[in-house]
Structures are given as C-alpha cells and as structure tokens.
Design a protein around this ligand. Sequence first.
Ligand code: SF4
Ligand code: SF4
Length: 119
Amino acid sequence: MTGKIKNNKYCRGCPAICCTNLSMGIGKPANPKEVEDLKWQLQFDTVKVYISKNRWYQLVEGRCIYLSEDNFCTIYDHRPKKCRDHNPPNCERFGKYYDVMLENPKDLEKYFAKKKRKK
Ligand code: SF4
Ligand code: SF4
C-alpha cells in the first residue's frame, strides 16, 4: 500500500494511509509452529494480519521515510513504481480492503477456533 498522490482530489485531507502501512503477502499458517510464529509477530503493536479474498497479508505500521510531516511524498516525481501503481479512489481510504483483520494473538486464536467449529 503505497502512493500518496499530491494534488489529487481524492487524497486531500487523507492522513496518507497508504504511506504509513506496509502490506506484504504471506502464506496462511499451515501448521501449529507457523501459527505460533504468527501469534508471536502479532504481539507487536505495529503488526497486523489481514485476509482478503482468501489471501493472507501482514501489515506493518510505520511511515515511509519519504513522507513529509504534512503527509506529502517528498520524492513524488521519482516515487517507486509500486507507489505509481496505487491510485485513488481504488485505495484503502475508499473501501474495505480486507475480509478479516487480525490485530493480536487472541484474534488469530479466535479465527482458527471459529474455523474449527464450522468444520
Ligand atoms: S515514496 Fe512517496 S508515495 Fe511512496 S510510500 Fe513513500 S511517501 Fe508514499
Ligand atoms: S490512502 Fe488513498 S486517498 Fe489516502 S493518500 Fe493514499 S492514495 Fe491518497
């Protein structure tokens, strides 16, 4: 999730959500060890996991080093392709980008417990 768009009407007033969250695809934990590892990562208050269309992602909160204090990209003309490809209104400000959000180890436990009950 990257790409604060300067002077774009959709970005006006946005706290640059896309430049303050780093989203990375991860595999669904496939065994107890992987579940424990993910639970451990979720102990950190900067880390979340979300599921979208059955794909799992890790979300790390933190500001891009090129984001100014007033939330503009300071390398706008040279920003990476990933940022250029991220265009509002198809962005996290205007739509729910996840089906499930897991914010801590308990959320992950509850998610798997619920899945187990449904089987
Ligand atoms: S390079 Fe610019 S557009 Fe890309 S994440 Fe950083 S601040 Fe945002
Ligand atoms: S989240 Fe969307 S509206 Fe906000 S800065 Fe990023 S692209 Fe613009």
